[in-house]
Design a protein around this ligand. Structure first.
Ligand code: AMP
Ligand code: GLY
Length: 429
């Protein structure tokens, strides 16, 4: 089977890499891809980044299956366009993708489905939002309704601080039009876990749990980013807790969409806060996480292509899914200036040396030039490795990271360290 991957980041490089190793996959195409993808996938040209453009790429590649990485094409309706033409694609329709595309839609949807989440108020204008502040005590969270590339969430210490943020958001000063409506919500305390499943519209099958590191600097300091590293370790959630998450957070989404006549198929990502009162949903994404995917796909076994094909065709076969026990880690190397204004064009050294350490080096913001591969985006690379134990995985990944250099490179040195704290060195860890 020929598979087309849509997207060009680290997540999509990891998808291409894993699909290229699937027994059922004869060739992987990618659009637009990146210099790293080229080692495992054939670039497929698209006239433009519209659903029709992607359809043209899939036709030209004679793709038997298309897999969508990022949210934007899903929100634009790429799945609807493929289905109208009878072409197999894995991802949610435009109607179902609103779960990520609009935070207000997501919160109201969670209400209708009875899914545990932070208490909230929505507002279409600044006065309504400011009036609603009296309902909150202590810290609260202000979220832009629309897609804002991870920049639409502001946490304030108390309601007094909130007014300025609300005014700035409605004025378009923070995230433009995405802030034309907002959600105010209660601040939740606990540990964040990323929980991702695959659905065929009816059933949902879980991947292993993982944990992202969203702040730019060690010890979760500094501004939020798209994610500076992630690890996946089966101990993040025990069997009972996984069942609870499936029963209260994952399956209810699929059931509710079915009831509402817009079935959800595709990857379903729940950003969870593990609170004292149980897991609560911070957000849903309608796609795989980045960099969680890089860590997860390093651990995954079985025929990933066949798994996605059965899910896209309407009856997922979990027999194609298996995970190695070994924990895995992805460490992101980011460019100078990230997450603010990023500098591009810095020459990257040591890529093949890192790979010789056994690491998979997934490209995100890179560009090929006659001088070599240079930086070309905020998150540049995701160095990914695993190990028999979490400490070994950490050691392996950072040994590979040591080989890579570019001017202004930013890297967190503590990816996975929370796990070390949680599970102090004991036999079997
Ligand atoms: P979101 O895009 O909604 O996942 O928010 C981005 C980040 O903001 C999350 O990963 C959390 O770290 C933080 N966050 C969002 N909502 C809340 C909340 N209700 N309580 C505490 N932290 C939150
Ligand atoms: N790593 C978080 C996300 O992909 O949204």
């Amino acid at each position: 089977m020929k598979v087309l991957v849509i997207g060009g980041g680290g997540r999509e490089h990891a998808l291409c890499w894993r699909l290229s190793r699937s027994a059922s996959v004869s060739q992987v195409f990618v659009t637009p891809g990146n210099p790293g993808c080229a080692a495992v996938a054939t670039p497929a040209a698209t006239p433009d980044n519209t659903p029709q453009g992607y359809l043209a790429a899939a036709r030209a590649a004679a793709a038997d299956l298309t897999v969508v990485g990022p949210e934007a094409p899903l929100v634009d309706g790429v799945v609807d366009a493929f289905r109208r033409e009878g072409r197999l694609i894995f991802g949610p329709t435009q109607a179902a993708a609103r779960l990520e595309g609009s935070k207000i839609f997501a919160k109201n949807f969670m209400d209708r489905a009875g899914i545990p989440t932070a208490a909230y108020v929505t507002a279409d204008d600044p006065e309504t939002a400011i009036q609603a502040l009296s309902q909150f005590q202590g810290p609260l969270v202000i979220k832009a309704d629309g897609l804002a590339a991870g920049k639409g969430v502001v946490i304030v210490e108390d309601p007094n601080e909130a007014e300025a943020v609300i005014r700035a958001m409605f004025a378009g000063a923070l995230v433009g039009a995405a802030g034309a409506r907002v959600v105010l919500e209660e601040f939740l305390e606990g540990e964040e876990i990323s929980f991702i499943g695959l659905s065929d519209g009816e059933r949902v099958v879980a991947l292993e749990p993982s944990q992202d590191h969203k702040r730019i600097a060690d010890n979760d300091e500094g501004p939020n980013t798209g994610g500076m590293g992630a690890y996946s370790d089966s101990r993040l959630l025990d069997g009972d807790m996984r069942q609870q998450v499936m029963d209260t957070v994952m399956q209810p989404v699929i059931d509710q969409f079915q009831r509402e006549g817009t079935p959800f198929s595709g990857f379903l990502y729940a950003g969870l806060m593990m609170t004292a009162a149980g897991p609560k949903v911070l957000e849903y994404n309608v796609r795989l996480g980045d960099p969680e995917t890089q860590a997860l796909l390093h651990r995954i076994e079985g025929d990933f292509g066949a798994l996605l094909h059965t899910a896209a065709a309407g009856r997922i076969n979990p027999a194609h899914l298996a995970f190695r026990q070994d924990p895995s880690i992805c460490v992101v190397l980011a460019a100078a200036g990230y997450p603010g204004k990023v500098r591009s064009g810095d020459l990257i050294h040591g890529l093949s040396e890192a790979e010789q350490e056994g690491a998979a080096v997934f490209h995100a913001g890179t560009k090929s030039t006659p001088e070599g591969v240079v930086t070309s985006g905020g998150r540049v690379l995701g160095v990914t490795h695993s190990g028999a134990t979490l400490p070994e995985a950490i050691e392996n990944v950072y040994r590979a990271v040591e080989h890579i250099h570019f001017d202004g490179m930013q890297v967190r040195r503590d990816i996975g360290a929370k796990g070390l704290k949680r599970w102090p060195l004991t036999a079997g860890s």
